[in-house]
Design a protein around this ligand. Structure first.
Ligand SMILES: CC(C)(COP(=O)(O)OP(=O)(O)OC[C@H]1O[C@@H](n2cnc3c(N)ncnc32)[C@H](O)[C@@H]1OP(=O)(O)O)[C@@H](O)C(=O)NCCC(=O)NCCS
Length: 353
């Protein structure tokens, strides 16, 4: 039984932060960030807003767009690497905040590939007959990770002062990863369809734990005793460590590989794809993916300039925008692909009804 996308929704927070704003609190520039990543601005939530809040807003918008009620949802799947609390995950919170019934919910922890893994699970649940309607949501609030302390007020234009030399030095120490990310959420409703040719045509999902350390948060876990300590915070072990070059090299190779595997599994050719919805980690990675696949820019569109990398949010936000622009035409084939921390990656092909 095919599963088709019947509704989408997004939630993006109000606070827009440009590269110029970031250049006020660390040694960086609009030119560096733009040319290395494609990001021009990103959005951040106010303190007190969690990933579950963005997920709830996006999820409700997707139900509205599908024209269904909360009682129609059989299963909820949420993907995030920035849950409101370390434990439990956000799925239960979102179930409650959306006012869904006492349905089964799943928390997916595949970071940048989280939404892709969630889509595959939703398709399997519908295909097996276990569910008729599944809400799938990818949501991130990266603001909590960003080590900007009191200089947040400078970035957000709430105070007019220069950072202290110590603040400037600390922010600069983390500049390579902190300039890339933004907050946001996207959601889809998947429903069982009677159209035999529509739905997910193939999927090719992969994991290689050998690349576990490409991007990790090294502290605050069961390896540490105690789980969380002042010493870990002092050492910055609660902040991400990223091998930017290593990520780039794996991503530009493995996303195109998985696209080809998904094409082989479906019997389709690259020319059959209307649009590739690829994870928005970095414009240079997208350019590498286009080059590896030998396709033009329009086939692998980008919106990273205004949202930054919203991790599990990128695929549904971009799909939502493309659908609104008319790029997801009836019968057209979309390829979803992602690569991220874990390392997890893959591709799925989808024909719209
Ligand atoms: C992170 C990334 C943009 C860095 O680009 P790069 O061209 O490889 O830059 P490098 O890391 O070689 O750093 C080059 C210089 O820029 C500096 N630099 C790093 N971040 C900077 C910033 N925000 N502003 C200004 N300079 C910066 C470095 O300190 C280095 O300076 P040095 O030569 O004096 O040592 C790039 O590696 C990348 O995009 N990787 C993928 C990351 C990703 O996708 N992450 C998301 C996870 S899914």
């Amino acid at each position: 039984m095919p599963a088709v996308i019947t509704g989408t929704g997004v939630a993006v927070p109000p606070n827009e932060v440009t590269n110029h704003d970031l250049a006020r609190i660390m040694d960086t520039s609009d030119d560096w960030i733009r040319s290395r990543s494609g990001v021009v601005s990103r959005r951040f939530v106010d303190p007190g807003t969690g990933a579950s809040d963005l997920a709830t807003e996006a999820g409700n918008a997707a139900l509205d767009s599908a024209g269904i009620g909360h009682d129609d949802v059989d299963v909820l799947i949420t993907a995030t690497m920035t849950p409101d609390l370390t434990n439990p995950g956000i799925a239960g919170l979102v179930q409650n905040k959306m006012g869904l019934g006492h349905i089964p919910v799943f928390d997916i922890r595949q970071q940048c590939s989280g939404f892709l893994y969630a889509l595959d699970l939703a398709d399997a649940l519908i295909g097996s007959g276990k569910a008729k309607t599944v809400a799938v949501i990818g949501a991130e609030v990266h603001a909590g990770y960003l080590p900007w302390g009191d200089t947040w007020d400078i970035v957000l234009g709430k105070v007019d002062r220069e950072p202290t030399p110590a603040e400037y030095a600390r922010n600069t120490e983390h500049r390579a990863w902190s300039v890339l990310f933004g907050d946001g959420a996207g959601a889809m409703v998947l429903q069982r369809s009677d159209e035999p040719d529509a739905g997910f045509l193939s999927s090719s999902l992969h994991t290689d734990g050998e690349h576990f350390e490409l991007i990790i948060v090294p502290g605050l876990g069961s390896l540490q005793r105690p789980f969380a300590s002042e010493a870990q915070l002092q050492a910055g072990l609660h902040l991400p460590r990223m091998d930017g070059g290593g990520l780039y090299r794996q991503a530009v190779r493995l996303m195109p590989d998985s696209v080809r595997l998904a094409l082989d599994a479906s019997g389709l050719d690259l020319e059959d794809i209307e649009v590739v919805v690829a994870h928005q980690a970095n414009e240079r990675i997208l350019a590498g993916v286009r080059k590896q696949l030998g396709v033009h820019e329009q086939l692998v569109p980008s919106n990273i300039d205004h949202w930054g990398n919203t991790t599990a949010g990128t695929l549904p936000i971009l799909f939502h925008e493309l659908w609104q622009e008319g790029r997801i035409a009836p019968g057209s084939v979309t390829c979803f692909t992602a690569f991220g921390a874990g390392a997890h990656w893959g591709a799925m092909l989808y024909r719209h009804p």
